[in-house]
Design a protein around this ligand. Structure first.
Ligand code: C5P
Length: 228
């Protein structure tokens, strides 16, 4: 069994959700999204968790974290997701060699998917992430006009947790730069020949949807109801 530490990024404002509080504090049947996401990481066996929060809500999130279970610390996030991950990574104990980076916005991702993805990082696999096929037909557009249809057979929608050998993730973050996920940073190192190793996908879960817009909360509540 691979032991792993986790960085739970919860420092976004949630502007697109239109809530009065940061997204991580929005609740589903009374439980804040950050707590739901944390539960999956703990249930999957995380040995340490760093929760990255909006500096304005640090105390509020800290008060919500469980008193029992693995050590769980809170650090201030940055202006971008990438900066927030970087801050979280710095807060993990040095004994942690495999890191799962997870979005608090994917509050319902099952622990089983976390476990499978962690287990995939072994041998020459240096990173793994859950992914789902893309159901829609994809078009490339420019100025509102359709330019081309993109073949979707070799495309997937990638979720979190994205799990990495720590040394690889740290090297990717040391390079600097910004991206919407951590794999993108590692892909750059692989393309440059700096990192050797495979990046793989595991079976994603519809429960891992990213709660972004108000309607996602309605869908998530229904999915949660179905799971309960
Ligand atoms: O903004 P986006 O939807 O990509 O956010 C994905 C995750 O990253 C969310 O869980 C959000 O809280 C987190 N995030 C962060 N710090 C930021 C921006 C986003 O921790 N500055």
């Amino acid at each position: 069994v691979t032991t792993f530490g986790a960085v739970l990024v919860a420092a976004g404002s949630g502007e697109r959700l239109g809530a009065a509080v940061p997204k991580a504090l929005v609740t589903l049947r009374g439980t804040p999204l950050v707590c739901l996401a944390l539960d999956a990481l703990v249930d999957a066996g995380a040995t340490d968790v760093v929760v990255v929060v909006p500096p304005t809500h640090r105390e509020q999130v800290a008060a919500l974290l469980p008193r029992s279970g693995p050590p769980c610390t809170v650090v201030d996030g940055g202006r971008t997701r990438t900066e927030s991950v970087r801050a979280g990574l710095a807060g993990l104990p040095s004994a942690v060699t495999v890191v799962a980076v997870h979005d608090a916005a994917r509050a319902l991702m099952p622990a089983a998917t976390v476990r499978t993805t962690v287990a995939a990082v072994t041998g020459d696999v240096v990173a793994a992430a859950p992914a789902l096929p893309v159901p829609d037909t994809l078009k490339r557009v420019a100025d509102g006009q359709i330019v081309a249809t993109v073949d979707r057979d070799d495309l997937v929608a990638v979720q979190t947790p994205q799990v990495f050998r720590r040394s690889v993730l740290e090297a990717a973050h040391l390079e600097g730069g910004d991206a919407t996920d951590d794999l993108a940073l590692v892909e750059r190192l692989v393309a440059a020949g700096v990192v050797d190793g495979r990046l793989v996908v595991t079976a994603g879960s519809p429960l891992g949807l990213k709660i972004t817009y108000p309607h996602d909360l309605v869908v998530a509540a229904a999915l949660q109801e179905g799971r309960a």
